[in-house]
Design a protein around this ligand. Structure first.
Ligand SMILES: [Zn+2]
Length: 276
């Protein structure tokens, strides 16, 4: 080794220290998860979910039990952060995590591996955004949102909207909506991006594209639709809104959009129209 190797040795030493720190953090996180998942699910959590989450009330008992370790793991991995002075409660953590885990029930416990935090605002929140149109014209402005899931590591939700989700009047559910976006983003948009000019008839993409086009046409004609007209914004929104409808109005969507229902049933590995 020569004197000129000095900086190289220091750099390698620093890189190894950083790697060791990352591995340690990863190991601690994995250990915390194993410990957390093995803990029993407190009965008061079950009562709280039954009282506060209408969707939980409709789930079959075996599905509820299957979700409990997923919720434990989710709570161990994901930090909940209250914004604008909002204090995070067990009700918030459980209400959000049970619905997030419901979507992941058929996808496996690693579905939210990259997610680090859920930010909760008391009400709708404002984000500054810059939009570029097809001509390259950039418009900057503020948007008021009830939820946002455009980053790999965090999801933002308005608590008021979480509480309004699952009401009897309309198939609205901001938690399912944002976590559906998250799952789509986590596979690089593969669930909603067109993959070929002519997708195989009956495939996921063929059904999604046909249903999306039909919804856009119905909205253009001014017809009332089961799937909220907001879904006509973009295929990504169609997928997120269809997910809300799949869980919040399952029998109606199965009756009016049977092909779409079957595809969502396959994706999520669940049959909510069959729940009593
Ligand atoms: Zn959306």
């Amino acid at each position: 080794m020569t004197e000129s190797d000095g900086p190289l040795v220091v750099a390698i030493g620093a890189a190894l220290t950083a790697l060791a720190a990352v591995l340690l953090a990863y190991t601690l996180r994995a250990r915390r998860r194993v410990l957390e998942v093995s803990q029993p699910f407190p009965p008061q959590w079950r009562s709280l979910l039954a009282q506060r989450v209408p969707l939980y009330g409709r789930m079959p008992a075996d599905l509820r039990l299957r979700l409990e370790p997923l919720v434990r793991g989710f709570l161990a991995d994901v930090e909940f952060i209250g914004c604008q002075g909002l204090e995070i409660t067990d009700e918030m953590r459980l209400t959000i995590s049970i619905q997030a885990c419901l979507l992941a029930a058929g996808l496996g416990p690693r579905a939210y591996d990259s997610l680090r935090s859920v930010l909760v605002y008391p009400d709708e929140f404002v984000v500054e955004e810059a939009d570029e149109d097809e001509a390259g014209v950039v418009t900057e402005g503020a948007r008021v949102l009830s939820g946002q899931a455009f980053e790999a590591s965090r999801i933002v939700l308005s608590w008021r909207d979480v509480l309004e989700s699952g009401g009897a009047d309309e198939p609205y559910n901001v938690v399912l909506h944002e976590f559906a976006h998250y799952l789509d983003h986590s596979v690089g948009g593969a669930l909603t991006a067109p993959t070929a000019k002519h997708p195989t008839p009956g495939s996921w993409h063929a059904v999604l594209e046909r249903e999306y086009a039909a919804l856009c046409a119905a909205v253009d004609r001014g017809e009332a639709t089961l799937i909220d007209p907001y879904a006509a914004e973009r295929p990504e929104e169609f997928f997120a809104v269809a997910t809300e409808t799949f869980f919040e109005a399952p029998r109606q969507i199965r009756e009016r959009h049977p092909h779409l229902y079957r595809k969502l049933q396959g994706l999520y590995g669940l049959d909510p129209a069959g729940w009593t």
